[in-house]
Design a protein around this ligand. Structure first.
Ligand SMILES: Nc1ncnc2c1ncn2[C@@H]1O[C@H](COP(=O)(O)OP(=O)(O)OP(=O)(O)O)[C@@H](O)[C@H]1O
Length: 678
């Protein structure tokens, strides 16, 4: 090779320049840190992940905000419950109210017992006098236990129903939204957050709201009992419970903060543990022997987490102690006030003892209330998030109704069609005009990112154009019923889905079923695509599960999956067949067989076939070849016309052909197809 030739490939006498370095790119640094330095915050540099946006929200909200949101949350949960199961919702409410009433009556009866016990007369007489009240207390407490069991049983029936209703509605909506919504990265985040967190907390919130309501009712019950005992005693309640409440708020916030921090640290650690265990990175880690580097970073983070855990534990113990001291102070003040009331004869001893009992109950209920209020506040944010995503889904569903797409597709026309992906300024398609006629096989070729796949998705009705029209037999596709249109199109995608179903179901799914098959059509499709040999080699042939996640499941190679995907596309027998680089991962013989089947094999009468491929030799037999560049069609015609045009298609073709050329062959004579045996 001469010096002039050394930096460039030669194609039919033209030279294709070698790649140039990006302008202005400097040399990289000699050392980069693997993570935050030892003195730095280990959570620095971590983006708040989409699934964590509401974590710790209750620790940031004020008490007023939390209390202010509770009625709305109660309404929201009540509506969900009412919609899911009216009977059990009513049961929960009624039984919970009755249970709170039993608790209050139990307290009053307990004061009655104390009154008798602290009365005058010999002890046996006092005990005898107290017995009926004592039996009443036992009866009321037993009744309360029964009522609480009833609440738990009704809740156990109600919660799964709410979950199933919410889940079904959510998955039904999310699975049907239009493709451009699904491909929006923000959409992906919100939907996954709703699925992982929203649905999880929707399950938790019912139980938590019921427990919160129970705690609130107990506080109300306690306040009522104190008022009945002596109106002044109601003043004791805030004195006794507020310090406990403040300590509980502080402890709850600290817990939520710690949880957030711990989560963030664990996420940094998981980056490394995941890489160490992951199947995809296993081969490279071993071949580069870089496990040691990853393990040392793992140890560094793990040690920081251990130190942080100790710090958090000690801090929690301190807050606990402070909380108890404040609570004790409150209790001390209450008892001092009670003593004064007793000494001045405002209340009898029995009432004083009853008040102590009631205040003790009130303190416990308030601590429970504070903890649950924080929890419910945070749960509700996730549930609201889920409900917002659901309503958002409703706005992004495909149109319904419209004309039924024609069964016999005579012509599909794209007229000045443009399309931009959400959030992208540059259009992926920019004024594309082309006509596909019944019975034609056309090819879309062009460099990466030039808009070929996007164009095929617009033809399939998966996207609506942002400008211009796609029409079927003269009717605007946007006026056609999307479902009927999708039934007329079969798409084989560049990265086909690997359904964890049987081999047969992986094929029949294109007709919307994973249980029923047309055996002859499935066999024909598998034979044409080359999937027949793949399936025949599987232990249970058609019924082999294609997923290692199941017992007896099998793992296929990328090329084998591609054959299954082509079979799936052919099995649908749709009037429009779109093949988006289906053979990229196939071996040359398999690729050749697929193109033979598509281009020359039996096909549906009038079927329109679109092939997208980078291997130009494979599509040279197509009726029309469209060359895409930056979202536009820059050339079109038959292979020969484009070769005669001698523009970019001809240059690309010669470049590929040069890789196969032997010393004695002409510039555009050879092709990989021509060289294949048989
Ligand atoms: N889902 C998507 N969201 C945002 N942008 C996208 C999406 N899919 C494609 N694009 C962008 O649209 C442009 C056209 O992409 P398209 O996949 O249609 O090209 P292509 O010609 O099929 O490329 P390739 O040969 O690599 O398959 C590219 O700039 C690409 O980055």
């Amino acid at each position: 090779m001469t010096g002039a030739q050394s930096g460039a490939a030669r194609t039919g006498g033209r030279r294709v320049p070698p790649p140039r370095p990006a302008p202005g790119l400097e040399l990289p640094p000699a050392r980069v840190p693997a993570g935050p330095a030892d003195g730095d915050d280990i959570t620095d540099g971590l983006k708040t992940p989409y699934w964590s946006v509401h974590d710790g929200a209750s620790a940031k909200a004020s008490v007023g905000e939390i209390l202010g949101r509770l009625p709305q949350i109660l309404r929201q949960v009540g509506t969900l419950a009412w919609r899911a199961d009216r009977r059990n919702t009513l049961l929960v409410v009624v039984l919970q109210l009755a249970s709170a009433a039993m608790a209050a009556f139990g307290l009053v009866a307990s004061v009655g017992v104390l009154r008798e016990l602290f009365g005058t007369g010999p002890t046996p007489d006092r005990v005898r006098a107290a017995l009926p009240q004592l039996l009443l207390v036992v009866g009321l407490l037993s009744l309360r236990a029964l009522l609480e069991a009833g609440v738990a049983a009704a809740e156990a029936k109600l919660t799964p129903k709410i979950r199933v209703a919410l889940e079904s509605e959510f998955y039904d909506l999310a699975a049907r939204v239009r493709l451009e919504a699904v491909e929006d990265p923000d959409w992906h985040d919100t939907v996954h957050r709703a699925s992982d967190k929203g649905l999880y907390y929707a399950r938790q919130i019912v139980g938590n709201v019921v427990a919160l309501a129970a705690a609130a009712l107990d506080i109300i019950g306690t306040a009522s009992v104190l008022t009945v005992l002596h109106p002044l005693l109601i003043l004791m309640l805030p004195l006794s419970v507020l310090p406990v409440g403040a300590a509980a708020v502080r402890a709850a916030r600290d817990r939520f903060h710690s949880h957030m921090r711990w989560n963030a640290m664990q996420r940094r650690l998981r980056v490394f543990t995941w890489l160490l265990l992951d199947q995809d990175s296993a081969a490279e880690l071993r071949s580069t022997a870089s496990q040691g580097a990853l393990l040392s970073e793992y140890r560094r983070i793990a040690e920081r987490i251990a130190a942080e855990e100790t710090r958090l534990g000690v801090s929690a113990a301190r807050i606990n102690l402070a909380g108890r001291a404040v609570g004790g102070l409150g209790a001390g003040l209450t008892y001092a006030a009670l003593c004064l009331m007793l000494l001045d004869g405002w209340i009898p001893l029995a009432v004083g003892a009853g008040a102590v009992l009631a205040l003790q109950t009130g303190r416990t209920s308030l601590t429970t209330f504070v903890n649950l209020a924080h929890l419910v506040f945070e749960n509700a944010l996730w549930v609201s998030d889920l409900l917002t995503v659901q309503s958002h889904c409703r706005t992004r569903l495909p149109r319904t109704g419209g004309l039924t797409a024609p069964e016999a597709v005579k012509e599909i026309r794209l007229d000045e069609v443009s399309f931009s992906y959400p959030g992208k300024d540059a259009p992926a398609l920019d004024g594309v005009t082309l006509t596909l006629k019944a019975g034609e096989t056309v090819a879309f070729v062009g460099v990466n990112g030039s808009g070929k796949s996007t164009c095929s998705k617009l033809i399939a009705g998966l996207y609506d154009p942002t400008a211009g029209t796609v029409s079927w037999n003269g009717a605007d596709a946007q006026h056609l019923d999307p479902l009927s249109l999708q039934r007329r199109v079969s798409m084989v995608l560049q990265q086909p889905a690997h359904f964890p179903f049987t081999a047969l179901a992986n094929i029949t799914v294109s007709r919307g079923s994973i249980t029923d098959a047309d055996p002859e059509a499935a066999h024909r499709a598998a034979t044409a695509s080359g999937a027949d040999q793949v399936i025949a080699s599987l232990p249970d042939a058609w019924t082999t599960l294609l997923s290692k996640r199941f017992r007896g499941g099998q793992q296929l190679s990328a090329g084998q999956w591609a054959k299954i995907a082509v079979a799936r596309g052919l099995y649908k027998q749709a009037p429009v067949l779109l093949l988006d680089e289906p053979t990229a991962s196939m071996d040359p013989r398999a690729e050749h067989a697929v193109y033979q089947a598509v281009l020359q094999g039996p096909r549906l009468p009038g079927q329109i076939t679109v092939l997208i491929s980078h291997r130009l030799a494979s599509v040279r037999g197509c009726d029309t070849i469209y060359v895409f560049d930056s979202g536009r069609i820059t050339e079109s015609g038959t292979h020969q016309e484009l070769m005669d045009l001698d523009a970019s298609y001809a240059a690309m073709f010669r470049l590929q052909a040069s890789g196969y050329r032997t010393a004695d062959s002409g510039p555009d004579a050879p092709s990989d197809r021509a060289r294949l045996p048989g």
